[in-house]
Design a protein around this ligand. Structure first.
Ligand SMILES: Nc1ncnc2c1ncn2[C@@H]1O[C@H](COP(=O)(O)OP(=O)(O)OP(=O)(O)O)[C@@H](O)[C@H]1O
Ligand SMILES: [Mg+2]
Length: 278
């Protein structure tokens, strides 16, 4: 018997998204001196779904991801991950969480003195040196590079890679740890349309292959609508709107409409460029 599709909101891609809440921010507050970034952040992410975080520059999207992996600590409120209260964890205990939640940073920073294979293996050596031997690590590196469409590039140096390839190697390094959650901070910024489309496909493909939960921060509406089960719009320290793509397409709230429309010409450009490139 085939299993039924998940109940609830219609999803765009991820049939493995269920109802179980994996991550829950409740009344999270965070400020830097006088600058209030969050004054009541509430957000739920279900296991297996892809949620896109949108909002203007400087509104706190990267801060949200950093609060989740413990690079920043909230001032108050609760952040639950798989039943664990993260705000109560010691820095040492957070090590275990960082293995379960992989992050692709906005800069996709690679170590320039290490080759691609060593870059991808880096976290494996750090986290799994007791449980994986050299051969297993090499195998995991090879599979991860294949998953991002870059098989056999282990010996290349980061300086020899294009921007799009660097992003994909950064992604291979993240997925090598086989995390349950992947956080993508602006995964397509600075990429041409072909590479943007490639990354969009990779986000969906990796979500399916690893059956993972994904949080994607992006300004690119094309990416937002291509990968998301649900979207969340950050505005003035809170989530203004949270729901499936059609809720955003049909929203009459001018703050949402303006944001989506303000970026619409860019996505039209992408389509035009795709049609005329190559
Ligand atoms: N470590 C920090 N110390 C002080 N202020 C910070 C720190 N990190 C972030 N901020 C401030 O918090 C606010 C939110 O920053 P954040 O990086 O989350 O924005 P963002 O939504 O990711 O923006 P962008 O789209 O430009 O990446 C900004 O005003 C930023 O200057
Ligand atoms: Mg940011």
């Amino acid at each position: 018997m085939t299993s039924l599709p998940p109940r609830g909101t219609p999803t765009t891609h991820h049939s493995h998204a269920g109802e179980e809440v994996l991550i829950r921010f409740t009344d999270v507050r965070k400020r830097f001196g006088p600058k209030v970034v969050y004054d009541g952040l509430d957000l739920e992410v279900r296991r297996g779904e892809t949620v896109t975080i949108m909002g203007g520059s400087g509104v706190g999207k990267s801060v949200m991801l950093k609060l989740l992996i413990g690079l920043l600590r909230s001032d108050s409120g609760s952040i639950l991950f798989d039943g664990l209260e993260l705000t109560k964890l010691s820095d040492r205990k957070y090590g275990e969480i960082r293995r379960r939640i992989g992050m692709l940073f906005q800069s996709a920073a690679l170590f320039d003195s290490l080759n691609v294979g060593e870059n991808v293996a880096y976290g494996l050596h750090e986290h799994f040196h007791h449980s994986m031997d050299g051969g297993e690590i090499r195998q995991r590196v090879a599979t991860s590079l294949e998953l991002v469409g870059l098989p056999g590039v282990e010996d290349m140096m980061p300086s020899d890679l294009s921007g799009g390839m660097r992003k994909r190697v950064g992604l291979a390094r993240t997925i090598a740890l086989q995390p349950e959650v992947i956080l993508y901070d602006e995964p397509t910024t600075g990429l041409d349309p072909i590479n943007t489309a490639r990354i969009n496909n990779l986000i969906n493909g990796i979500s399916d292959a690893l059956q993972c939960t994904s949080l994607v921060v992006t300004h690119d509406m094309g990416t937002a609508f291509a990968v998301s089960d649900r979207l969340a719009f950050v505005y003035k320290g809170r989530i203004l709107l949270h729901g499936p793509p059609e809720v955003f397409r049909t929203s009459n709230d001018p703050r949402i409409e303006n944001f989506i429309k303000g970026i619409a010409p860019h996505t039209e450009d992408v389509a035009t460029l795709l049609a005329t490139s190559g």
